[in-house]
Structures are given as C-alpha cells and as structure tokens.
Design a protein around this ligand. Structure first.
Ligand SMILES: *Cc1c(COP(=O)(O)O)cnc(C)c1O
Length: 431
C-alpha cells in the first residue's frame, strides 16, 4: 500500500481530475493499489509526498535519461526562463536544435518541433498522407503512437485487416483508415500489402516496441518493412519517441540500420519538458506549411524552455562513453532480475535494449503483443506491489518498459536487488 499522504492526495485529486491523474497509466489500474504522489525527484531518486525515497525506473516514461533534475539541465531551463518563456516568434535556439537533430539522426536533415510526441506523430502521418495522396496508415497491434483517433485502434476481428475503435469516441470510419498487423510478423505484412498496397500511405512502427513491454525488432521484419513500403510507394515512419537518444545517440535506426522516410521524436529530445519533433528529407518536409499544402502548427511549438532543456540533454549525451555506460547499467539490472527470479523459481524472460527493459513473467521469448498479453500478469502485480513496498518505483503496468538513467549508481542497484528479491518472493506466492 502507498503512504497515507498520497492516499489523501488521491482522494482530493479525484474530485477535480478524472481518476485523480492527468494521464491514465499513472492511476495504477493495471497493478491495483494507488500511485505515489511525487514531492520531488533528483538523480535516480523519487521522493514521495510523505518524504519516502524510491529508486525510480519510470523516469517520466523515458525522458529522464540523465536522471531527474540534472543540475546542468535545470540551469539551462532557468537561464532560458528569465529571458521569457514563450514568444510565438522564431528563435536561434530552434535552429541549433534542428541542426543537432540533423547531425545525430541523419535521416532527419529537416525537422519540425511540436509540443508532444502525439503531435509529432500526427504531423508525420498527415504529411505521409498528403505526400502520397493515400488514406490508409498501418500500425502494429500493441504499438503506441500517442492519442490520435486513428491510432487508438485495435486489430479487426477475423480476417479483416482494418482497425476497430479502441476507445469510446472514435468513429468507426476513422478507425477503418488504419490497418493493424502483429509486430515482427513478415507474412502478415506481405498479405496486407498484397491486398491493399496501393491504398497505404505509411507504415508507422516502434523500432523497438516499448509499449507492449520491451520487444526488439527482428531483422527480417525490418527488412520487409523497408522493402514492401518502397515497392508499393508507401512511406516508412519510424516512431522513435521512446527509443530516440535512448538506445543509442542515433536512436534505434542507427542501432539496427533502418532507413526511414520520416522519424518522430519526443521524450528525451525535450529533456523532460514537453516536446516532440518529426522530420525527414527536405523534399518531404517542404510539403509542410508554410512551404507546402500540409497544415500543421502549434502555439508553444519550439518553446524556448523545452528547446534549452533538449539542447543541454543532447549535449550531455554526446559525451564519450555515455551509451557504453548506459549499456553496463542496463546489463546490471538485467542480471539482478534474472538472478533473483531464478533464486525464487519464478519463470522470467528479461528483454532489454540498452537502458530500457521489461521483465516478462514467462519462460518464452516475447515477439509481439499477443505473447506479451499471455504473460502471468497476476505475478507481475504481486511483484510490483512488493517492489513499491521495498522502495522501488517501477512502471505500474506489465505492458511497459523500465527506464534506466546515468544516475542509477551502485547504491541504487543494491537497493533494487533487495527490493527485487522481495518482489520475486511475492510473485512466487499465489494470491
Ligand atoms: C510516448 C510515446 C508517444 C506519445 O508521446 P507523448 O509525448 O506522450 O504525446 C508516441 N510514440 C511512442 C513510441 C511513445 O513511446
């Protein structure tokens, strides 16, 4: 159970905010229990409302790769704030960030900043539809690309490939503009393109799935994605909102040799402030307003505070050895999880790419959403509750990845091991 102050805050919050939270996963519905209300956070530590400290693996769901409240990022934001927090007019900082993105992610020589990953994805897919003159977008079952209506869709029943609404409030006609295929499934992709190839504007995919738990891509599937989209005149849209600057300085596309037409960024690129970005070749990007007919805009896009936080974060990530260190930190956590699960006799498959990982409660590899859904979620819930009790703040859903940062030092790991041991003991006990 969470602390009594967080409990009181949740009761108060529920009166003015649906479920007491401003984004649903924060409500702990998939694990039961109640969320910790946060007082502050620094490094790998989150401080709850009652002053209790937790080792944090949520990391704001990805952005906090340097650790919370990194002094240099905080200073960059403070310095920017005193110069004004938003102008609605262009700034030099936006150019510098665009140049840095182009340098680090060569498939994005030109990009547009937004205020969230959701907006970046919406911009990229509107551009893909505008540039191809086609309507259908393809996504993977269990893939998450933000809150756009046509992306909150589930696979249709039976042989139908077009999607069905996965939320109330989404017209069937809108959901039917999206086709859904399983992740890592070459035959399904081939069948879809054989059937509807001429109508497909784009395939959007997470190059490492993070929103069904951490599921790495298989090379044959990546090859098929590129080959089929090219053959059929569709665009390949790589959603690196989570993986960008996390699994490598050049993102997953550098790590796996992917050549996307358009890329979406978010999370780390804003250094913990609200940002997204989408980009690709100048030829494509110049079809966006004001250069071209594809409209997209934002009052706070390119916000100077967010740009300052993003710039400073990327600068710090460019230091030598950063991604080697993240790899080592990730491997340490993986070892802890595997050793303690084995010790408790709990079947576990840890899937990790760099500094993101998921402990799946199964003894088989997880290749797609269906595999992820068939894991032992009751065991995950018991494990999660025991971790929280022991001072580890793990993402409150079995369909998420844990996020490590450069601040996860040996102290944090020691505390994590003790908590994880208790977690697997709890997981091994039936309800
Ligand atoms: C988080 C996420 C998004 C949405 O970004 P927001 O900033 O929450 O709108 C889109 N795609 C992926 C892969 C994500 O992980």
């Amino acid at each position: 159970m969470t602390d009594s102050i967080s409990h009181e805050l949740l009761e108060r919050a529920k009166r003015v905010i649906p479920g007491g939270v401003n984004s649903p996963v924060r409500a702990f519905r998939s694990v039961g229990g109640e969320p910790v209300f946060v007082r502050e956070a620094h490094g790998a530590t989150l401080v709850g409302a009652d002053g209790r400290e937790y080792v944090d693996y949520v990391g704001s769901w990805g952005p906090m790769i340097l650790g919370h409240a990194h002094p240099e990022v905080v200073k960059a934001v403070q310095d920017a704030a005193v110069r004004g927090t938003s102008y609605g007019a262009p700034t030099e900082g936006e150019i510098a960030l665009g140049e840095l993105i182009a340098e680090l992610v060569p498939s994005m020589p030109m990009s547009r900043l937004t205020s969230s990953g959701t907006e970046a994805v919406m911009g990229a897919l509107r551009l893909a539809r505008g540039a191809t003159g086609r309507d259908i977008v393809v996504k993977c079952d269990g893939g998450y690309h933000g809150g756009a209506d046509y992306l909150l869709v589930a696979a249709g029943s039976g042989a139908a490939t077009l999607g069905e609404p996965d939320s109330a409030g989404i017209p069937r006609a809108i959901a039917a503009t999206t086709a859904v295929v399983p992740y890592n499934d070459v035959p399904a992709l081939e069948a879809l393109f054989a059937e509807r190839g001429a109508e497909i504007a784009a395939v959007i995919f997470e190059p490492v799935a993070g929103n069904m738990g951490c599921v790495p891509p298989e090379q044959a599937w990546l090859d098929a994605l590129r080959k089929l989209t090219r053959e059929h005149g569709a665009l390949l849209v790589c959603d690196e909102v989570m993986t960008g600057f996390r699994v490598g300085l050049g993102g997953a596309q550098a790590r796996y040799g992917i050549e996307p037409d358009l890329t979406c960024l978010g999370k780390i690129v804003g250094g913990g402030l609200p940002v997204g970005a989408y980009g690709g070749s100048a030829e494509l990007m110049n079809q966006v307003a004001p250069m071209g007919p594809v409209y997209q805009a934002g009052t706070l896009s390119g916000n100077p505070l967010a740009v300052a936080a993003g710039m400073k974060t990327l600068e710090l990530l460019r230091a030598p050895d950063v991604y080697e260190r993240l790899e080592v930190i990730g491997a340490k956590l993986q070892t802890i999880l595997e050793e303690e699960a084995a010790g408790a006799g709990v079947p576990l498959t840890v899937q990790r790419v760099g500094a993101m990982l998921t402990p799946f409660f199964t003894d088989a590899p997880v290749r797609n959403f269906e595999d992820s859904s068939s894991c032992d979620h009751a065991a995950f819930r018991r494990w999660h509750a025991a971790l929280l009790e022991a001072g580890v703040h793990w993402p409150p859903s079995p369909y998420e990845a844990g996020f490590l940062s450069l601040a996860h030092d040996d102290d944090a790991m020691a505390k994590t091991r003790a908590a994880v041991k208790a977690g697997f003991l709890a997981a091994s006990q039936r309800d």
